[in-house]
Design a protein around this ligand. Structure first.
Ligand SMILES: *[C@@H]1O[C@H](CO)[C@@H](O)[C@H](O)[C@H]1NC(C)=O
Ligand SMILES: *[C@@H]1O[C@H](CO)[C@@H](O)[C@H](O)[C@H]1NC(C)=O
Ligand SMILES: *[C@@H]1O[C@H](CO)[C@@H](O)[C@H](O)[C@H]1NC(C)=O
Length: 852
């Protein structure tokens, strides 16, 4: 009896999650944000080189592994499964990919002397898909042996209704079908798989089908299960023992000498099969329609019309789209709401750390998320701060997809309005994050980037911004558009109210505030420590030192302003005039206080603020010039008439401060913290905020009022900056085959994580921009004849990293960090976990260890 009721409880929970994933979590909202059939299947396991699953939790997982087939030892050592930094690949990624239809991924497996292609195609009705895997030996390696393992697993086979999956070995039945499986599951119904060979293939052994039962904790760990199976299989052979049948995990193993082609097809029973040769024709017609579509959605203006930018545009977009993942599972939350988390005392970070260490951690019920990911090898999960940027190009490409993802994120919100900034859902996602970093805190905010999207969506709906992407149900039906906004609006409003409440600055009499400031409109990121403000997204950007509970952070205020402006727009669109007036007044207050609280009229720059704790109890500004100083401009809160705009443009265009050959530096070159310590947000060029800078500068340039001199200057800066950003990302991609997390302001080289096609992909928004009266490619801003030329020459002679070392020489630790960069590039990766708050944690070389 107990067992039965437990099963029922699980069943209803799972069905709830399922309904949520389908956008039907409430019958009253079921038609507002529908999940569309074409979304059902996709390569939504972006952490794998190739992994497919449906957007239906607790059903099927599928993936591909491959390895060298010389002998068992080599095979197990070279098994490819999850995307890694150190597999000796010369790049991998989608050469074209459209979330609605499929695409083609190229994997340059230099170490295994193999070019691998995965051509994935799906039907629009969500009933079938196929992947064709093509292996081509590198030249000089014509006889290379490759083992190929397709695997599929059934999640939670014992819960949520009857689930079955049975596989047979058909390698001797005289057709090209090597193996076939059939199954039945709630939400998917009856379905069939086939594995098809090719007559040109030269198999090394017969096709093997191995069907087994594994425990639930291993269901996503096909690689380690396979390794264990080999450990239990006698001999040195590269194939498993054939044992087809029923199971919750199945391996289909094939091995070839030389080139090969294998096709894997899925279809709902009774629906038309995607035939193996239909994949060929489907893929080639997709390739050409994709190219046309990209040209239509992201047209390129001069000087980006050259052919070389065609592939660049297609690849960066495809890899952003190909990073879409579907995640389902529980997550760890500290629900203690300890009073220390208010962070009101002088040494609040010490007390907060103590409170965290004694808090008990809650495991939530399973949550569901459809999200793009910053980087498949490093950050294969959802990040709130990133997703708003990811969706900027996605909106242009496929409005309905962008709305689904936006809605999926907003559905994670709790009753208070909180959304965890890093979504580590389920054991597979957790396996990539050390335990001490897995917990999410309901008092931690993150830049509310999702609010950036709403004005753009509304501009599409009202036709003020052109839309050339996939057909949209919202554009074709005003009713559905309103229903969708009516679903999203209260969620955004709740999140906004939560942000204001939990990140409020302290406006009691205890702390001095400028007389002209409006009390209450000033904010402070919680979660600060002396070195980091991870919650702001700008991790190690220098702020008040030591931290003070009376601080006010300019970026937090600007994010509130941008969110209020977005809410004002939705409220107006929906005819909620009282709300619209309320948000408009919030925007006005924010604009007022950006100047009243954060403008330093002597230095002529925007700054954080703190309270002098040396006894005088004064309001003081903390001016560390860099991205923080640009936030009022970046978030659209300064128009062309603003009296401080000229000074902001001075800072932005000054080569000794933010303006570099490769984009805007995160921290001024003249700041004492420039390129120091972790050197993460301390000088490097980040594309997300640089792209915003181009767009906002251009807005100023195009505006109807304001002094002509300022407008022209803004337009000129926008055009030059755009050129530099595209050149930087393009140049590094051409040289390395990868897109990168950030770029050196000195050399333009990609830095930190590679295969980073999250927000770096926002550069696709730039190539089509036209600039008013602009002579593109002119060089009016940069002062020439500085030491820069000499450095570049030197870099050519002794190598860029050596120059980097010289530039920051003196302090041994700095030099070690720079050397680490060289070691990364030249010798591969010695890795360790390192905290990386804005976007979680990364594996980086940590030579600091040696100094401790
Ligand atoms: C579901 O709809 C009802 C109104 O029909 C509403 O009161 C409730 O808040 C909704 N629940 C969710 C989760 O949106
Ligand atoms: C299944 O695989 C085994 C081992 O590779 C092979 O010998 C056997 O003939 C296959 N069975 C069928 C029915 O094809
Ligand atoms: C402001 O700071 C005082 C002194 O630490 C504290 O008691 C109070 O709760 C704070 N108020 C707010 C709104 O943070």
């Amino acid at each position: 009896m107990a067992v039965v009721s437990r099963c029922l409880a699980i069943l209803s929970l799972s069905l709830g999650a399922l309904a949520q994933s389908l956008g039907n979590f409430n019958s009253s909202t079921s038609s507002s944000v529908p999940e569309q059939p074409w979304q059902t299947w996709g390569p939504y396991r972006p952490n794998l080189y190739f992994g497919v699953r449906p957007t239906v939790p607790e059903t099927l997982l599928m993936g591909l592994m491959w390895a060298n087939g010389d002998d068992r030892k080599t095979m197990l050592k070279s098994l490819r499964d999850t995307c890694e930094q150190n597999d000796g690949m010369q790049g991998y990624g989608w050469t074209f990919y459209d979330t609605r239809a499929g695409g083609s991924q190229a994997i340059h497996d230099t170490q295994l002397q193999l070019e691998l292609r995965t051509d994935f195609l799906k039907s629009e009705d969500g009933n079938s898909w196929a992947v064709r895997i093509t292996g081509t030996p590198k030249s000089g390696a014509a006889d290379v042996k490759t083992s190929l393992i397709l695997h599929t697993a059934v999640e939670k086979v014992d819960s949520n209704g009857p689930k079955s999956l049975v596989c047979d070995n058909r390698s001797k039945d005289g057709t090209q079908v090597e193996a076939a499986c059939h199954g039945d599951m709630p939400a998917l119904g009856k379905f069939e798989f086939q594995v098809l060979g090719d007559t040109q293939n030269k198999p090394i052994h017969d096709t093997v089908v191995k069907s087994i039962e594994v425990t639930e904790d291993r269901i996503w760990q096909a690689k380690s299960v396979l390794v264990d199976l080999f450990r239990d299989t006698a001999g040195n052979g590269i194939s498993l023992n054939d044992a087809p049948g029923q199971g919750n995990m199945h391996f289909v193993q094939l091995a070839f000498q030389g080139p090969f082609q294998v096709t894997f097809t899925y279809q709902a029973t009774g629906t038309p099969l995607l035939e193996a040769n239909a994949v060929d024709s489907g893929i080639s017609s997709l390739q050409s329609s994709f190219a046309t579509r990209v040209d239509g959605v992201f047209p390129r203006a001069s000087p980006f019309q050259q052919e070389k930018y065609t592939h660049f545009t297609q690849e960066i977009l495809s890899n952003l789209l190909g990073g879409l993942g579907f995640f389902h599972g529980d997550t760890k939350v500290d629900d203690s709401h300890a009073p220390e988390y208010e962070e009101t005392d002088a040494n609040f970070w010490v007390k907060a750390a103590a409170a965290r260490s004694r808090a008990s951690i809650t495991t939530t019920p399973p949550l569901t998320l459809l999200s793009h990911t910053p980087s498949r090898p490093f950050f294969p999960r959802g990040f709130l701060w990133d997703e708003g940027f990811h969706l900027l190009p996605v909106i242009e490409w496929d409005l309905d997809l962008a709305v689904s993802v936006l809605h999926s994120w907003l559905s994670l919100m709790d009753d208070d309005g909180w959304i965890g900034r890093e979504q580590i859902l389920g054991p597979e996602a957790r396996s990539r994050v050390p335990p001490e970093f897995q917990v999410q805190y309901p008092h931690y905010a993150n830049p509310p980037t999702l609010s950036l999207l709403v004005p753009i969506i509304i501009a599409k709906l009202t036709g003020t911004s052109p839309y050339a992407g996939h057909p949209s149900v919202y554009l074709s039906s005003p009713d559905r558009a309103s229903a969708m906004l009516r679903t999203i609006y209260p969620l955004l409003a709740r999140h906004y109210a939560w942000f204001r409440r939990t990140q409020a600055g302290n406006f009691t009499e205890i702390y001095p505030r400028p007389a002209s400031a409006i009390p209450g409109t000033g904010f402070r990121w919680r979660g600060r420590t002396p070195q980091h403000t991870l919650t702001s997204g700008l991790d190690d950007y220098p702020r008040a030192d030591p931290p003070h509970p009376g601080e006010l952070h300019i970026d937090a205020l600007a994010w509130v302003g941008a969110s209020a402006a977005a809410l004002e727009q939705v409220a107006s669109y929906l005819g909620e005039t009282d709300d619209a007036a309320k948000y408009a007044s919030h925007v006005a207050d924010v604009k007022h206080n950006l100047d009243a609280l954060h403008w330093d009229s002597t230095r002529k720059t925007y700054c954080d603020a703190t309270v002098d704790s040396s006894g005088r109890n004064e309001y003081v500004l903390v001016c560390r010039e860099g991205y923080l100083s640009l936030f009022p401009l970046l978030l659209g809160l300064m128009d062309a008439t603003h009296p401080n705009l000229d000074a902001v443009l001075d800072l932005l265009g000054d080569p000794d401060r933010l303006w570099s050959e490769h984009g805007l530096r995160s921290l001024s070159k003249s700041d004492e913290g420039y390129a120091k310590d972790e050197d993460y947000w301390r000088g490097a060029v980040w594309m997300n905020l640089n792209v915003l800078a181009v767009l906002r500068l251009r807005d100023v340039g195009l505006s109807a009022d304001g002094p002509a001199a300022v407008r022209n200057r803004a337009a000129g800066l926008a055009a030059q900056l755009r050129q530099r950003l595209v050149d930087t990302v393009y140049g590094s991609w051409e040289a390395t085959g990868f897109f990168w997390e950030q770029y050196s302001d000195v050399t333009g080289e990609g830095r930190r994580s590679r295969a980073f096609t999250g927000w770096t992909a926002t550069v696709v928004l730039l190539m089509g921009l036209e600039f008013p009266g602009q002579v593109v490619g002119s060089e009016p801003v940069e002062s020439s004849g500085s030491g820069r030329g000499a450095l570049l020459v030197l870099a050519g002679v002794v190598g860029v990293p050596a120059v980097a070392v010289m530039l920051i020489s003196g302090v041994r630790r700095r030099a070690m960090v720079a050397v680490a960069g060289v070691v990364n590039l030249l010798l591969g990766w010695r890795t360790s976990w390192k905290e990386r708050g804005g976007r979680g944690y990364e594996q980086v070389i940590d030579l600091d260890e040696r100094e401790r």
